[in-house]
Design a binder for this molecule. Structure first.
Ligand code: G3P
Length: 241
């Protein structure tokens, strides 16, 4: 199924800044994600979000979409150390994550970034930490929203199984204001079962970090999660038929 320009289900791998997130190790995980994508081409999307320093290399080396982990809500100019959306675009990335709970932004800043992403033809995935925030952000019409309760991030306790009501309440609230935005589940997703639960709860994919970045076999972890999401998608289609 295609939602907007995304084939769903979607797996977004947020590299954060683990040891495996930089240099050749980042490229190796990007290539692992790409191998999985090539096996499931046209039935799922895999996005990788490496640190800013790796955006150009991964964008030039991989066929799968590359997103920045953040962009600063600033115009080009005197902003030392900033990463404006124009720089994300120039790196070859296709989009960026905004308002991650490890990199919070105000609503007016998110609004600036959504508008800028439209002008630059970049995708924007906005994170929200609870249902009401997700609903507020949905009014701005980003391409995708990921609901991630911060207390579960990096714990290995998946929101889709530990707090499924956060996911279902978010979907219900978001859909009051925005019928089209792609909704992802994130925080603590560690296993195929967690990924499957995210789809069965009604979201279109997952945003994952530590389970992949700290895995002994990232390719297997990515593959297991994508397979589980596809299995859950088929289950849903079957039950609706
Ligand atoms: O952006 C993904 C994220 O914050 C979840 O992290 O380590 O719980 O998968 P993790």
């Amino acid at each position: 199924m295609v939602l907007g320009e995304f084939t769903v289900p979607i797996l977004v791998v947020n590299f954060k800044v683990y040891d495996a997130s930089i240099g050749l190790r980042a490229l190796a995980i990007g290539r692992a994600a790409e191998r999985v994508y090539l096996d499931f081409r046209d039935s799922a999307t895999i996005v990788v979000a490496p640190p800013a320093t790796e955006l150009r290399t991964l964008s030039e080396s991989l066929e799968i979409p590359v997103f920045a982990q953040h962009a600063d809500p600033v115009a080009l100019g005197p902003h030392t150390g900033a990463l404006p959306p124009e720089a994300v675009k120039e790196s070859g990335a296709e989009g960026f994550i905004a308002n991650h709970s490890e990199r919070r932004l105000r609503l007016d800043e998110i609004s600036f970034l959504v508008e800028k992403s439209r002008l630059l033809n970049l995708k924007i995935l906005v994170c929200a930490s609870k249902p009401i925030e997700a609903a507020a952000v949905s009014v701005l019409e980003p391409d995708a929203i990921a609901v991630e309760p911060p207390e579960l991030i990096g714990t290995g306790l998946a929101v889709s199984r530990a707090k499924p009501e956060v996911v279902t309440n978010s979907i219900a609230l978001i859909r009051k204001y925005n019928k089209d935005v792609v909704i992802l589940t994130g925080a603590g997703i560690s296993s195929a079962e967690d990924a499957e639960a995210a789809i069965l709860l009604g979201t279109s994919g997952i945003l994952v970090s530590s389970a992949i970045m700290k895995s002994q076999d990232p390719e297997r972890t990515i593959r297991n999660m994508v397979e589980a999401m596809l299995k859950a998608t088929r289950k849903l289609e079957f039950s609706r038929a």
